[in-house]
Design a protein around this ligand. Structure first.
Ligand SMILES: *Cc1c(COP(=O)(O)O)cnc(C)c1O
Length: 391
């Protein structure tokens, strides 16, 4: 145990130790932290659905009717009506033949990549892709070619280089909206490339689903190329306020995953209450209220990021509700986060290995039910704290 203790002490000295913080109450726009009411700027509950009465009610009703647990893996005895209903609803939502629900986004990415590619195949992966994609690539045993962030010209060169020795699949995988930078993938250009080089295109839309596009179909809808994505991965635990994840795509892909995806096969399936909440969430995203919530979120994004840009901050080119503010080194970043917490704003400082060294940041995530005024004040406080730090 001593060896772990020393490693933890080392992390602490470098300002890199991670600890858990306890909050009280639901994931609303404000939460209680150490008995104090603070503005929550680090939840992915973008549309405010995590504690929405429609989801809570659907979840309670399904739990009363079907019980708490699903009892087993889907392939054993755990495939319930609600699993199939949710998958049909997701396939309709994304206009695909079929969909498969996974227990989390992490389980989905590792299971999809491991299930669809292997030795002899090549995965082309954006350098800023989420950790679960990186782990899925590693688990698959495929050759991994990492391309510079959003750089489709470099990606094309890499695709060309791999062509002569091609033996199996090419798969291009990208976040739709990048989780630490808040910028979007160049999906049209990626779709061009996947067509030119006969590759599959997989988009992880954990942060776009429910939020982006006129009807919340995600980053693909925003760029008008939803139907050119082969593998739509998305999560149910962020904007949709519930829990779990999915792959939407062709029937043959879903059947392949049912047979090969280890995170799907060897894990107890999602419980009824969670499935019912996800169904209610998709109904909400599709409703007039969903549209209203998306508009409020977009308005909040503008208010908050324009204020910070006017104050001279580097926001990493964010175009979404994820708004990172460049701070540089770990020490000052975590001090700024602490000072903001004292001032009533709960925002996370992000350090390596989550982001490259020297690009630490305060990462704000916005919600539809934040008030524009409280976001303006928060932006001013961030500017003030970061200004003081520079002196
Ligand atoms: C959060 C996230 C995941 C993981 O999803 P969970 O359901 O939280 O496991 C995967 N990919 C991206 C881009 C994410 O932001």
């Amino acid at each position: 145990m001593e060896i772990y203790r020393r490693a933890l002490d080392g992390l602490k000295e470098q300002g890199m130790l991670r600890t858990l913080r306890r909050i009280a109450g639901a994931q609303g726009p404000r939460v209680e932290f150490d008995g104090k009411n603070v503005l929550l700027l680090c939840s992915n509950n973008y549309l405010g659905l995590a504690n929405h009465p429609a989801l809570v009610e659907a979840s309670c009703e399904a739990t009363s009717r079907y019980g708490v647990g699903s009892g087993a893996s889907r392939l054993v005895s755990g495939s319930m009506d609600l699993h199939f209903e949710l998958e049909e609803r997701i396939a309709a939502f994304k206009s695909t033949e079929a969909a498969l629900v996974f227990n989390s986004g992490y389980a989905a990415n590792t299971g999809i990549l491991q299930g669809l590619v292997g030795p002899g195949d090549v995965v082309f992966s954006d350098e800023l892709n989420h950790a679960s994609i990186i782990d899925g690539c590693r688990l698959s045993g495929a050759r991994i070619v990492v391309y510079p962030h959003r750089d489709t010209a470099s990606l094309e060169i890499l695709l060309k280089t791999e062509m002569p020795r091609r033996k199996g699949h090419f798969l291009i995988v990208t976040d739709g909206v990048f989780s630490m930078d808040g910028d979007a993938a160049p999906l049209e250009a990626l779709a061009e490339l996947k067509e030119r080089y006969e590759a599959l295109l997989m988009v992880d839309d954990a942060h776009g689903t429910g939020v982006l596009g006129a009807t919340g179909r995600g980053t693909g809808e925003l760029f008008g190329c939803l139907d050119r994505i082969d593998l739509h991965m998305g999560t149910l635990g962020k904007a949709l306020g519930s829990f779990g994840a999915y792959l939407a795509g062709s029937r043959v892909v879903v059947d392949t995953l049912i047979n090969r995806s280890r995170s799907f096969i060897f894990s107890t399936s999602l419980p009824p209450g969670v499935l019912a909440a996800s169904l209610a969430a998709i109904d909400l995203v599709d409703s007039a209220e969903g549209a209203r919530r998306r508009r409020a979120l977009e308005e909040n994004r503008k208010v908050f990021s324009e204020r910070l840009l006017a104050g001279g901050m580097d926001l990493f080119g964010s175009t979404s509700q994820i708004v990172p503010v460049m701070t540089g080194e770990p020490g000052p970043t975590m001090q700024a986060a602490e000072r903001l917490l004292d001032a009533g704003i709960f925002i996370q400082g992000i350090r390596p290995p989550t982001v490259p060294a020297g690009s630490c940041r305060l990462r704000a995530t916005l919600m539809a039910d934040h008030q524009p005024d409280e976001l303006r004040q928060a932006a001013d406080l961030i500017l003030e704290v970061l200004d003081n730090r520079a002196q």
